[in-house]
Design a protein around this ligand. Structure first.
Ligand code: PBG
Length: 328
């Protein structure tokens, strides 16, 4: 490589057309998966206080929202259900007429061209807010895994296009794959939350999904924020168990993890820009301390640059509008 003065890196930065030409990472509408929260009732669109611009929606409003999304060019969503009734074993999670199952059917019946991914976990459905079946204060792994497989099947039966287990129990990908295949859903991909840290960034989500644990925390199953070797082992075991896509969560504080896994495994990768990441940007912008649009684009670009082609983000709609505005 030449050195200065022959080499001048600024040469490619003067002209905006050239800048655009040499831009290495470009965000595209197909990168984004929009998380949506569905609640019981009619005509409900309730903003989540800690997440401006994000709403709990009843099924009728959810269908409207999906139509708007398709119109904007956002073609995939991930659904979270908040049932009216919660119990010890989260039975609404695998009820064929549960909130999610009805929501999936409503979208599939009324919105053309929307890919529906479902979050598979029990924490939104259990009265104690934990991600599985309890014995005292302990989450039982294998008992929980059987329920998760049941939940995944009921989502697929309702018409889900992709299953995204977010619980972090051991062995759940193998069990869910086996259960789906046995029921004839061999074509349904699994996007595994393979590497999910026990993060403080999930705070606002727990308001949105009403899933704050009644006691304790999630450290007996979610990963220690300090670990990356463990992330490699988690990703590897999920890939071996049959995950089609692996996901890292949160995103911005774990770009090294995304990059490491991308370099190591030739598997499509996703990252979840979680609620706290969104809320911090919104709050900073509301205070006038940062420019929301720039920081939105910058954070999402960094996630894609690190190696995650798919990004679950509450900014999906804003990004679609931004891309319409800026791309000719
Ligand atoms: C669990 C789940 C959580 C999130 C997605 N799936 C919460 C948790 O693990 O406590 C968090 C997403 C976010 O913060 O935006 N079902």
């Amino acid at each position: 490589m030449a050195n200065y003065p022959t080499q001048r890196l600024r040469r490619l930065r003067y002209n905006p057309v050239v800048r655009d030409m040499v831009q290495e990472t470009k965000l595209d509408k197909s990168d984004f998966i929009y998380p949506l929260f569905v609640v019981e009732g009619d005509n409900i669109k309730k903003e989540i206080k800690s997440m401006p611009g994000v709403f709990q929606l009843s099924i009728d409003k959810l269908v409207e929202e999906c139509k708007e999304l398709v119109e904007l060019g956002i073609r995939s969503i991930i659904l979270f259900g908040i049932p009216a009734h919660k119990d010890e074993v989260g039975s609404e999670a695998y009820n064929e007429n549960g909130i999610i199952q009805r929501a999936i059917r409503a979208i599939k019946g009324n919105v053309e061209g929307m890919l529906v991914i479902t979050d598979v976990c029990l924490c939104e459905y259990t009265s104690h807010g934990h991600c599985g079946v309890l014995n005292g204060e302990e989450i039982l792994n294998d008992e929980t895994v059987s329920l998760l497989a049941k939940e995944a099947i009921s989502h697929a039966e309702a018409g889900a296009d992709m299953i995204a287990p977010s619980d972090m129990m051991d062995g759940r990908i193998a069990s869910i794959r086996k259960a789906l295949d046995y029921k004839g859903f061999t074509h349904i991909p699994i996007m595994s939350y393979a590497v999910k840290y026990a993060s403080g960034f999930y705070g606002p989500f727990r308001d949105a999904a009403e899933s704050t644990p009644a006691f304790g925390d999630r450290r007996s199953h979610q990963m220690d924020i300090a670990n990356i070797e463990e992330a490699i082992r988690e990703a590897e075991s999920d890939i071996q168990e049959g995950a089609d896509i692996i996901l890292v969560k949160p995103a911005l504080a774990y770009l090294d993890v995304i990059k490491t896994l991308k370099d190591r495994y030739p598997v499509p990768m996703a990252a979840y820009q979680v609620s706290g990441e969104y809320s911090m940007i919104k709050a900073g912008a509301q205070l006038g301390w940062i420019d929301e649009e720039r920081v939105m684009v910058e954070s999402l670009t960094s996630i894609k640059r690190a190696g995650a082609k798919m990004i679950l983000t509450y900014f999906a709609k804003d990004m679609a509008k931004y891309l319409d505005k800026t791309r000719k």
